[in-house]
Design a protein around this ligand. Structure first.
Ligand code: UD1
Ligand code: CA
Length: 449
């Protein structure tokens, strides 16, 4: 079947410079969900001039047609009609991302069984405000928009979903008849149903047709869609799904536990048996099995191998590769670095542009000084190197395997294997100095008084 998505509107009620079809829900544009529901259909998208190129880029398999001026949904369909070749087609508003393919298919069965000109998908809403009402009078069907409705019509709870199946010859002819003599001064697509008696409605679940006109609607739809995405993971425990944000493309393995206020974004992939603790944000990253991400950690575009522990309050910036059994502790920042199996950086450390071998110990307060004001330089650390606390590694620099860097050292030169490295000013102790100093100062201040 062919499909037309109407997506050229001005999105006035969003009060935004961005068109509502591009607002993201769970990491995907509103319109993505519609195109996705119509997968396999020959899909046309009616777009305004501003969005035309973007639509073509995001949906190369769809045909994009420009509606020059935003004169209403009827005028929008008119822009796509010359390109429709099949006997019938479905029209979907571009702002209803919860639509179900099964509903469209059920409507198509009804359409075919009775040789109709049109089937309108409808729903019954407790609060129908804003939607076009289905008005039935003497076997005739009409759709009246909120703005044009009188008090009696406003009470009707059966609404137009904005999804229709049309016979192509009927639509092409009837569209020529519509005029814009209504409160909005727009050409309403809904007016074309006046021109046929061969029309029926099919009622669908009200949740499936929610339209996004305002930011409040967006929030409502987001809640529902997010819940549906979370429901996909039948073998994962979500402690509090209401505060958990899982993007559309995310994968999560068996027996993971996801704590409250976690955001898993983009194409993040999590293995089996992982714990993602409260408040963590993971973006476009791969996490293998049995990993524990402790509370409030931020992980961006990184890979974490099995049995690693990250956090609490750790920050892995893009292109960090964390090996098996690695431990990254509190307030540790890692950027564009490789840490091999069993390496530990447990507290307050910055590791940037570095390669750390296996079983390296990075002491508290260690810093790779990777930036010289012009470029980023590399730090290379061999297997089993022990770095004491408060060490600065001035890159570019290499420390070969099995060396020991004493606490407080500033490493500026190459270190050979098995070396002890110290760069400390010798310690000076002056016994009794403080006592003498205080006596002197107190005597002085008495004199001044
Ligand atoms: C429309 C229906 C209404 C229905 C509701 C369901 C009409 C006249 N009204 O109202 O009966 O209950 O959807 O959600 O159709 N668009 C264009 N070009 C335009 C105007 C709109 O492409 O010139 C697109 C919009 O981008 C949007 C869709 O058409 O995706 C619907 O437009 P919108 O303004 O949201 O219509 P509603 O007022 O919601
Ligand atoms: Ca709408």
């Amino acid at each position: 079947m062919e499909a037309v998505i109407l997506a050229a509107g001005k999105s006035t009620r969003m009060k935004s410079d961005t068109s509502k079809i591009f607002y993201k829900i769970a990491g995907k544009e509103v319109i993505f969900y519609i195109v996705n529901a119509l997968d396999g259909y020959k899909t046309h998208i009616v777009t305004n001039k501003k969005n035309h190129e973007t639509i073509k880029k995001i949906f190369p398999n769809c045909q994009a047609h420009i509606q020059e001026l935003q004169k209403g949904t009827g005028d929008a369909l008119k822009s796509a009609l010359p390109f429709i070749n099949e006997k019938s087609f479905v029209v979907v508003n571009g702002d209803t991302p919860l639509i179900k393919r099964a509903d469209i298919e059920a409507a198509k069965v009804l359409f075919d069984s009775k040789d109709l000109d049109c089937v309108v998908l409808t729903a019954t809403l407790d609060e129908p405000y804003g939607y076009g009402r289905i008005v039935r009078k003497n076997n005739k069907l009409e759709i009246v928009e909120e703005k044009d409705a009188d008090e009696e019509i406003k009470k009707i709870k059966e609404i137009n979903s904005g999804i229709y199946i049309f016979k192509t010859v009927f639509a092409k002819k009837a569209i020529l008849n519509i005029i814009n003599s209504n409160k909005s001064g727009e050409y309403y697509l809904t007016d074309i149903i006046k021109y046929t008696d061969k029309i029926e409605t099919i009622e669908v679940d009200k949740e499936n047709i929610l339209g996004i006109n305002t930011r409040k609607d967006l929030t409502k739809v987001r809640k529902i869609l997010q819940q549906k995405i979370i429901d996909r993971f039948e073998n994962v425990t979500f402690i509090d799904p209401d505060t958990t944000y899982i993007n559309y493309d995310v994968e999560i393995g068996k027996d993971c536990i996801i704590f409250p206020n976690v955001s898993l974004r983009d194409k993040t992939k999590i293995g089996k048996n992982c714990i993602i603790d409260t408040g963590s944000v993971i973006e476009n990253s791969i996490i293998k099995d049995n990993v524990h991400i402790k509370p409030y950690s931020v992980i961006e575009e990184s890979c974490i191998d099995s049995n690693a522990q990250i956090g609490p309050f750790a920050h892995l910036r893009p292109f960090s590769e964390i090996g098996q059994e690695v431990k990254i502790g509190n307030f540790v920042e890692v950027k564009k670095s490789v840490l091999k199996k069993g390496t530990k950086a447990s507290h307050l450390t910055y590791i940037g542009d570095a390669e750390l071998g296996e079983d390296v110990n990075v002491g508290c307060g260690t810093i790779t000084c990777n930036y010289d004001g012009y470029k980023k330089n590399k730090t290379i650390i061999g297997d089993r190197v022990f770095i004491g606390s408060d060490v600065q590694l001035v890159a570019p620099v290499e420390i070969e395997h099995d060396s020991l860097i004493a606490a407080g050292t500033t490493v500026t030169q190459h270190v050979e294997p098995y070396s002890l490295v110290l760069s400390r000013v010798p310690q000076v102790n002056k016994p009794g100095w403080v006592k003498r100093y205080r006596e002197k100062m107190e005597a002085l201040s008495k004199k001044e008084k």
